[in-house]
Design a protein around this ligand. Structure first.
Ligand SMILES: [Zn+2]
Length: 217
């Protein structure tokens, strides 16, 4: 989306402080709060046994603000109940910041969808990359196909995958694209939902700004 580079640059300002030391998820949330605020996003934390010990995952919600024509994005940092602190080493930090950026963009796409409908039909929508095998009902919602196609486009760009080869092979690993992998866990390779998802992914890839993000620091 047109904000991809801007969002990445904002979030990158938290890279150096986040990389320094062991931090609790609340401390990580505090360091991120200011850099995500320009996108109407705020950060909360929660624990879940669905997340592996020592890991941190990002979930996001899109919510209307009562009596306004605007919205807020809630980013939830999820850790295992027994994880007290996390040291974000370079590769882990890269992935974590990527997920934060991706989640904001996913929810901004929902904001755009609702804006186009005159803010009618509000509903809370959830994105949970650590548990992508949601119900087929959720993943086949046209709004979700659209937003998840953007997630896939970002992931494919990040893993520098040849998209034409991917589309003919119809197979992918969790590391190459967690989102597409999740769709393949839920639908057979030539299902209509997969076809729409891939079609939209290709069109997002066509105008996604090229990345020149640093891979380590
Ligand atoms: Zn969504």
């Amino acid at each position: 989306m047109y904000l991809t580079n801007k969002i990445n640059l904002s979030i990158d300002r938290a890279r150096r402080p986040l990389a320094k030391t062991h931090r609790s998820s609340e401390e990580i949330a505090k360091l991120l709060r200011r850099v995500v605020a320009p996108y109407r996003a705020y950060i909360t934390t929660e624990t879940s046994t669905n997340v592996d010990l020592g890991r941190i995952e990002v979930s996001a919600f899109f919510e209307p603000l009562p009596d306004t024509d605007t919205y807020a994005i809630e980013l939830v940092l999820v850790t295992h109940p027994q994880t007290t602190s996390i040291k974000l080493r370079a590769l882990v930090l890269n992935t974590f910041l990527f997920r934060v950026s991706q989640a904001i963009q996913h929810e901004l796409i929902h904001a755009h969808q609702y804006r186009q409908r005159g803010w009618e039909g509000w509903s809370s929508r959830k994105q949970a990359p650590y548990n992508i095998s949601h119900s087929a009902h959720y993943l086949s919602d046209p709004d979700e196909i659209d937003a998840h196609a953007h997630d896939v486009a970002l992931e494919l760009q990040r893993s520098r995958l040849d998209v034409s080869r991917l589309i003919s092979a119809r197979t992918i690993t969790k590391d190459e694209s967690l989102t597409l992998w999740g769709y393949y866990q839920t639908f057979p390779p030539h299902h209509g939902v997969i076809n729409s998802l891939l079609k939209k992914t290709v069109s997002y890839l066509a105008y996604l700004p090229s990345t020149n993000r640093k891979t380590s620091k």
